[in-house]
Write a protein that binds this ligand. Structure first.
Ligand code: ZN
Length: 163
């Protein structure tokens, strides 16, 4: 009856893929960014490959040469359009079309349930809190709630993607 659970894909992405990184985090996928690494590291490509290998992450890149070096642990992202990029990963069977409020889109930290003082202390929270679930990023001290990712993004994930 229940499908066999597939191990959740984890990613590391190059600097060209900032928007895709945010979308993957909105979708609940553990996605490291090369932006978290030291800037201007001449050996950054090598570092990305090393991190992908040791952390069992799929390397996402727009760089043909890097994708070639990464062989089966790398994916060359072909489109510049973020929805087509997400669709490419769905078509490869690596991710599902979904929207989870489980990770901070800015820093990839797993969110936890927000406390009452955290909710009331956030002046950007909606005034009408009825029916909303609130989560908190300890790293960024940022409040999230269902809908805070923006209706725009959830509409696109639900409406434009196939599979
Ligand atoms: Zn965060």
């Amino acid at each position: 009856m229940s499908k066999k659970p597939v191990p959740e894909s984890r990613f590391i992405a190059d600097r060209m893929l900032g928007t895709l990184i945010r979308y993957l985090r909105f979708m609940g996928y553990d996605t490291m960014s090369a932006n978290g690494l030291a800037e201007g590291n001449a050996k950054e490509d090598t570092l990305l490959l090393m991190l992908a290998a040791q952390d069992n992450r799929i390397l996402l890149t727009r760089d043909t040469e890097l994708a070639g070096r990464g062989k089966e642990m790398a994916i060359l992202i072909v489109s510049e359009n973020v929805m087509e990029q997400v669709q490419q990963l769905i078509d490869r069977g690596l991710i599902e079309r979904r929207l989870l409020m489980s990770r901070c889109s800015l820093c990839n930290t797993v969110l936890r349930g927000a406390t009452q003082p955290e909710i009331t202390g956030a002046d950007y929270a909606p005034r009408d809190k009825k029916g909303l679930t609130f989560c908190w990023c300890d790293q960024c001290s940022r409040l999230y709630w269902n809908g805070s990712h923006g209706k725009h993004i959830s509409d696109r994930i639900e409406g434009e993607l196939k599979g």
